[in-house]
Design a protein around this ligand. Structure first.
Ligand code: SAM
Length: 311
């Protein structure tokens, strides 16, 4: 039964400013612990205590949509039925997708210099937590600006994420003016169409830029990513913070054979891989490269590389 909860215990436990004190559903500590365990198993995401409200409000929407009366029943059904669509909805609901064009802007000139000096043709970049697309489009814009239209058209940008909803948005390439307001007029003109009529206030990524990117679903905690190519650069920004240290170490181990020699790994501002692995060393501000030893270990696999992204 739906119960309207408005107790002090709820407000205190679920805690903090912006707490939704009127709850449609009971939400016990046991429910939250169960959600925590499930999302950790599915996506490697470690939900901290202060994510209780977030978990409640996002999953309560699923309960309403499905007409289910309690979290316990929802979670029972989720596990018993093992329905892929509901697991997807559960996972999508619990990811945090905050992103922006040219977020952590210092990385993009580094990428531009790197690909110009490298001359490896075609350049391949993997954006491994692409969210709604701002990051891979920023990478693609950087490649065009650094290499020119022709070379950039041959470049390959693989953009992956676990969350299928954000990937659909990324694939559409439609953004509000507000989201692109910090881009220079030159970039806006070169890379976007401006919406008119019922689309006013929106921009759409131009097809030439869109064509540089392949969007795919990929779970970074999967044992095998199914990728049969290597990358000049991997962007893995602002996703490792949601993983515990053992998960971070596993992901970095899987990245090793996917890096081209002297390739770069870009991390988020609060992510430090130095304490997690000895295979990567810090090269600049949150930019890593494989150590010589790790490069030597990864080399045999590279000899068997096939061309193409992804498998
Ligand atoms: C905060 S966003 C960061 C987006 C972008 N990298 C940036 O820095 O702006 C984190 C993204 O990681 C994705 N994510 C979470 N767990 C994941 C996993 N196990 N595998 C792949 N992507 C995951 C989320 O869906 C979300 O889109």
């Amino acid at each position: 039964m739906k119960a309207l909860r408005n107790t002090r215990q709820d407000a205190g436990e679920m805690g903090g400013p912006g707490v939704e004190s009127n709850r449609d559903f009971d939400f016990t500590s046991a429910d939250f612990e169960r959600i925590r365990a499930l999302i950790h198993r599915r996506a490697g995401i470690s939900l901290s205590d202060h994510k209780r409200d977030m978990a409640y409000s996002r999953l309560a929407r699923r309960l309403r949509t499905l007409g289910i009366d309690s979290f316990r029943e929802y979670l029972d059904q989720l596990e018993a039925r093992n329905d892929a669509t509901e697991w997807e909805a559960f996972t999508n609901a619990l990811t945090t997708n905050l992103t922006a064009f040219f977020r952590e802007a210092h990385h993009f000139p580094i990428l531009a210099d790197f690909v110009k000096r490298r001359g490896s043709n075609p350049v391949s970049v993997w954006c491994s937590a692409a969210s709604t697309g701002e990051e891979p489009y920023s990478i693609a814009m950087t490649l065009v600006e650094a290499l020119g239209d022709r070379a950039a058209r041959e470049a390959r940008v693989l953009a992956t994420d676990l969350d299928t909803q954000v990937l659909a948005k990324a694939d559409a390439g439609v953004y509000s003016f507000d989201q692109v307001k910090h881009l220079s007029p030159e970039r806006l003109k070169r890379f976007f169409f401006k919406g008119t009529g019922s689309h006013s206030g929106l921009v759409k990524v131009r097809p030439e830029l869109r064509a540089m990117i392949k969007f795919e679903q990929l779970n970074l905690t999967d044992a095998d990513y199914g990728l049969r190519t290597t990358f000049d650069a991997i962007f893995c920004r602002n996703v490792m913070i949601y993983f515990d240290k053992p998960t971070q170490a596993q992901v970095l181990t899987r990245f090793e054979p996917l890096m081209k020699p002297d390739g770069l790994l870009f991390a988020g501002h609060s992510e430090n891989f130095t304490y997690v692995t000895q295979a990567f060393r810090l090269r600049g501000q949150t930019v890593y490269e494989l150590t010589r030893g790790a490069q030597a270990n990864a080399a045999p696999r590279r000899a068997n590389d096939a061309i193409g992204v992804p498998a």
